[in-house]
Design a protein around this ligand. Structure first.
Ligand code: ZN
Length: 453
């Protein structure tokens, strides 16, 4: 009898357990949904702060970041290396503060917008039916700044304690050259005291499933060339006119540009591996009230070029080309560099970060991305400039990485957006990276601390 009674209760117990399981599963799902929506909503709040150049609202952005830091129990500091341009520094102290720290850098400013060309206002952070978040800065790079913080929030919740100290820097003015932000910060005593061992900074979105990572940057050479010649009647054919002299240069430069571009188009080289040359201004002609004088050949003509040079390019050869083919004095031409950067660090070496297994930070990044379910393309040279160069110039390794796969590259473009699922995935990727970096104890560092004992 007893046995039979127990048996008759079995289905009841089974259902009770099932119900309990279901309700705890439901509670978990609700909690996860809530977590997701607060992560998205904090991202939207940051995007809604108008920090577009030339008049970024830095104070509001700084206050917002500081308020988030407070909820995370992070140490915080606001430093104005240049007046009115705050750098917000956050610190998550590690168990072993003698080990070099990790710096997660992001810039708070964004580029300007042409509002009428956007489907949704650029500072509304509207989410459409496909889950795309439209806002200036959604890719460049408010996403990354918030993902760092959200990853730390999740790690803290899971009880993770970093061995190395983790710093976050939110810097101004990257979009106008970093002279009011990362440049003075990277050269400051504040920075030296942080004893940074590795810097993470921005990368680019990837239209395919593989994330992109950058270990160096091309350097800008801004070149202006000027041609001189004899002025004369517009109807005359004669040699050595300024226009003719300039045109010969333009033809030569155009051929060089096409050859470089062809290697990118054919897939032989990545964009960051070639020398790009783009004409950015052309100045010639004799002005008249209705436009230009049409029957006079002018005595001078100018053109300007934005040239980007990869760190391993042969600088001497390029310079020789400019002197002999693009602006030769034999053709009555002169040239001037408005900017010329060789991309060298303080030790005179090319400012690039080793991106192979000989650099443990690279290996750790690769493994951490993989662990989070992501794939990484082979490391690249960033085609333009970012703040990462200032840290590399200090001789530090810096990796450019923005976890956005399956996303069109829309930085500085109209209708910049990031899908919310991609954003959330990025948080998981940073969780994995920060955990790996902050737990990493490298043998040389152990030896160094033993020596001190
Ligand atoms: Zn950027």
């Amino acid at each position: 009898m007893k046995g039979r009674a127990r048996e008759s209760h079995r289905p009841l117990i089974f259902f009770a357990v099932l119900l309990a399981l279901l309700s705890s599963f439901e509670a978990l799902t609700v909690e996860l949904d809530e977590e997701r929506s607060s992560e998205i909503s904090r991202f939207q709040q940051y995007l809604q702060i108008n920090t577009s150049q030339p008049n970024p609202n830095y104070q509001e952005a700084a206050d917002f970041i500081l308020s988030l830091a407070k909820t995370l129990n992070l140490e915080s500091e606001k430093v104005d290396f240049v007046s009115g341009k705050p750098v917000v520094l956050l610190k998550w102290p590690g168990k072993n503060p003698t080990l070099p720290s990790i710096l997660l850098n992001s810039h708070t400013d964004v580029v300007t917008t042409e509002d009428h060309k956007w489907i949704h206002p650029p500072f509304l952070a509207h989410i459409n039916s496909e889950g795309n978040i439209f806002a200036r800065g959604s890719q460049d790079m408010k996403c990354v700044g918030m993902q760092y913080l959200e990853a730390i929030r999740r790690l803290k919740k899971a009880g993770f304690e970093p061995t190395r100290t983790v710093y976050l820097s939110f810097v101004p003015d990257e979009e106008i050259g970093g002279h009011g932000g990362a440049e003075p910060f990277s050269q400051s005593d504040t920075f030296k005291k942080m004893n940074v061992g590795i810097v993470l900074d921005e990368g680019l979105a990837s239209p395919d499933e593989n994330y992109r990572a950058f270990y160096g940057e091309r350097s800008p050479w801004w070149l202006a060339i000027k041609a001189f010649g004899s002025p004369g009647h517009g109807a005359r054919l004669y040699d050595n006119t300024a226009m003719e002299n300039l045109l010969k240069s333009l033809e030569s430069i155009r051929r060089f540009r096409a050859a470089q571009f062809d290697t990118v188009k054919s897939g032989a080289k990545e964009e960051g591996e070639v020398i790009s040359v783009n004409m950015v201004f052309l100045k010639a002609g004799t002005p008249s009230p209705s436009g230009f004088v049409m029957n006079v050949q002018p005595s001078q003509a100018e053109a300007g070029f934005d040239i980007r040079v990869p760190p391993n390019a042969l600088h001497d050869l390029l310079e020789q080309k400019i002197m002999e083919e693009w602006a030769p004095s034999s053709r009555n031409m002169t040239f001037e560099f408005k900017q010329k950067n060789f991309g060298r660090d303080v030790f005179g070496k090319p400012a690039v970060t080793v991106a192979d297994n000989s650099n443990p930070w690279w290996t750790l990044l690769e493994e951490a991305v993989k662990k989070a379910g992501g794939k990484l393309r082979k490391p690249e040279i960033f085609p333009a400039s970012t703040d990462a160069r200032y840290f590399r110039e200090q001789g530090l390794p810096a990796i450019g990485f923005s976890p956005m796969a399956n996303t069109p590259i829309l930085l500085h473009d109209h209708n910049e957006f990031l899908n919310q699922e991609e954003y959330l995935k990025g948080i998981t990727v940073y969780e994995s990276i920060i955990e790996a970096y902050a737990s990493f104890v490298d043998s040389t560092a152990i030896d160094a601390s033993k020596d001190e004992l």
